[in-house]
Design a protein around this ligand. Sequence first.
Ligand code: DMJ
Length: 459
Amino acid sequence: KEPAPPNERQKGVIEAFLHAWKGYQKFAWGHDELKPVSKTFSEWFGLGLTLIDALDTMWILGLKQEFKQARKWVSENLDFQKNVDVNLFESTIRILGGLLSTYHLSGDSLFLTKAEDFGKRLMPAFTTPSKIPYSDVNIGTGFAHSPQWTSDSTVAEVTSIQLEFRELSRLTGIKKFQEAVEEVTKHIHSLSGKKDGLVPMFINTNSGLFTHPGVFTLGARADSYYEYLLKQWIQGGKKETQLLEDYVKAIEGIKAHLLRQSQPRKLTFVGELAHGRFSAKMDHLVCFLPGTLALGVHHGLPADHMDLARALMETCYQMNQQMETGLSPEIAHFNMYPRADHKDVEVKPADRHNLLRPETVESLFYLYRVTRDRKYQDWGWEILQSFNKYTRVPSGGYSSINNVQNSHKPEPRDKMESFFVGETLKYLYLLFSDDLELLSLDSCVFNTEAHPLPIWAPA
Ligand code: DMJ
């Protein structure tokens, strides 16, 4: 069915996307990331990362001309036979995920052909003694390896590639993709070293054991482990009960060990635990959690998950709202003691940057879909205004900034991450839509880079 015409706020997102795209087209076309201030680009994998990450956003926003031009680049210029190391996780969620979702939306087999080629090139990463994949793989030579300084991989990285590889198997009929990633899931399911469902941040590719045990966070290096437990259960038609059990157990673990309230406003936040010591530190990355909790409730999980989702959503909003620019810092610390001169959210000088990350608006999208409470749309609108005011570069593009607490001098860092167009703007567009059928939560599941993949057997 034809999508409804965009409303005023959605038009605001389209305008922002076109401004971002103008910069990318002019100064970074076919390269990984735009450097909007210096009007040039940066390379990470050399695979047109922003272009691929943005394909399905253009499709969803109805930008047919821009999509057509980008499709032409994929068809004529995207070549994976390249002597380059890619990070398994980052390239899976952005490139493989982006190609698969674009294939589903457009029905254009070009994207599936490219996805299959890319998926095959990632497979050497799984040839480790433990079957826990290496972090990096050369897609030209097939040489896979750990980072130079360690033989560990990151737990979130090895457990957040499953949605994409499972879908690739389903579409191509090639079983090895699914088998490789499910081996990892099974292994981690039965591994000791967890604390009430919470996992450490590192795992060794030789021994297959967790390393640096006793440190628990919902932020960097663990975050999407939890997200993919729930989302794989949904993807598979809610049959793989072990995934659900691990997810529900982990949420209980969070409640038991990581939740506290700040002063003076009693904001519920998720802190970190290191060898029994609690730290009131919360990465902006953790703001995926209210959305994931709401998604679980939409699919029948207990109502108290929704109470937690609402409380954490308020906290994530405050992480933005209490800053002079209205944009969240990368990391917040929460004040736990009643002192008149202290705010709830405190920021250390090294953590004052904002990388245009999506997690707050991602969760606003889920909270709105599930509750229909318009305040979540209004909060998202405020955040879009702040991005426009403090991160927009006049000649085209948006830039990450150094200091969310200085509205006079936010200091552009001269980089537009691919997830700004892949995720942040997409979730804002979906948040402002009142059409529940537009990428319905009952028929698709978004990967951790906001690329929608089909639910295999929708209810
Ligand atoms: C994205 O690549 C994904 O959302 C990932 O799960 C976390 N980091 C960035 C966005 O913050």
